[in-house]
Design a protein around this ligand. Structure first.
Ligand code: PGA
Length: 248
């Protein structure tokens, strides 16, 4: 039985004040939440959130890392650095990083490796653009993105990887994939992992992301192969985020 995981992706949204009230709001409503819940916050706020969540069930994650462990990489952040601030998870390969910062599947696979080498759990994001979807290439795109990680790290690496299927056309657009559409791609991903290991396929959490909100979370998460959500916009309001957490 896979546990439901709800991860908030705050993207580049935070201030010391907003962090204080958002984390405070989430913590005050965590009773009765059975899902594993984490927040992936911008780097400068890791320390603040680490202190605020001390002793709670809420977990901390980051949104990106460099592929290298340390060295002359001005402006970059390593996996060990975010781990130093209590982060156990890190998002890799978010579509905004792939499209705006040119991260190829090969770079994303290296970031996945950097996270695993540091003993962290990467949230590996995959998903097709609207153009790909329209031309019937969803499965081809997702397969290439997953295979890049299998090729570099082997199927066993998925013991410690969380996959997030995020159709690019659904991110921040309010155009959520229907439960049927999402379930079909989740099953495709699980079967793809199953070609190398049925055991890994059954154990790997596959989250859905893309305009998930309090209104559609229950329906999406109740699909057999959807194990939770990666939440952007709706993770910025404690009340909305908590409703999604309770859907799991
Ligand atoms: P959204 O973002 O929930 O605002 O669509 C999801 C994501 O980008 O992870």
């Amino acid at each position: 039985m896979r546990k439901t995981i709800i991860a908030g992706n705050w993207k580049m949204n935070a201030s010391k004040d907003s962090v204080k009230s958002l984390i405070g709001g989430i913590l005050s409503g965590m009773e009765g939440v059975n899902a594993e819940v984490l927040v992936c916050v911008p780097f400068p706020y890791l320390s603040q959130v680490e202190l605020l969540i001390e002793g709670s069930n809420l977990k901390l994650g980051a949104q990106n890392i460099n592929i290298n462990a340390s060295g002359a990489f001005t402006g970059e952040i390593s996996a060990d650095m975010i781990k130093d601030f209590g982060a156990k998870h890190v998002i890799v390969g978010h579509s905004e990083r792939r499209s705006l910062y040119g991260e190829t599947s090969s770079v994303v696979a290296k970031k996945t490796k950097a996270a695993l080498d540091a003993g962290m759990t990467p949230l590996l994001c995959v998903g097709e653009s609207l153009e790909h979807k329209k031309s019937g290439k969803t499965e081809t795109v997702v397969e290439e993105q997953i295979n890049a990680v299998i090729e570099l790290l082997g199927i066993d690496s998925f013991h410690n990887i969380i996959v997030a299927y995020e159709p690019v056309w659904a991110i921040g657009t309010g155009m959520t994939a229907t439960p049927e559409q999402a379930q079909a791609v989740h099953l495709f991903i699980r079967n793809l992992l199953g070609e190398s290991s049925e055991n890994i396929a059954q154990k790997t959490p596959i989250l859905y992301g893309g305009s998930m909100n309090a209104g559609n979370a229950v329906e999406l998460i109740s699909c057999p192969d959807i194990d939770g959500g990666l939440i952007g916009g709706a993770a910025l309001k404690a009340e909305d985020f908590l409703q999604i957490c309770k859907a799991g």
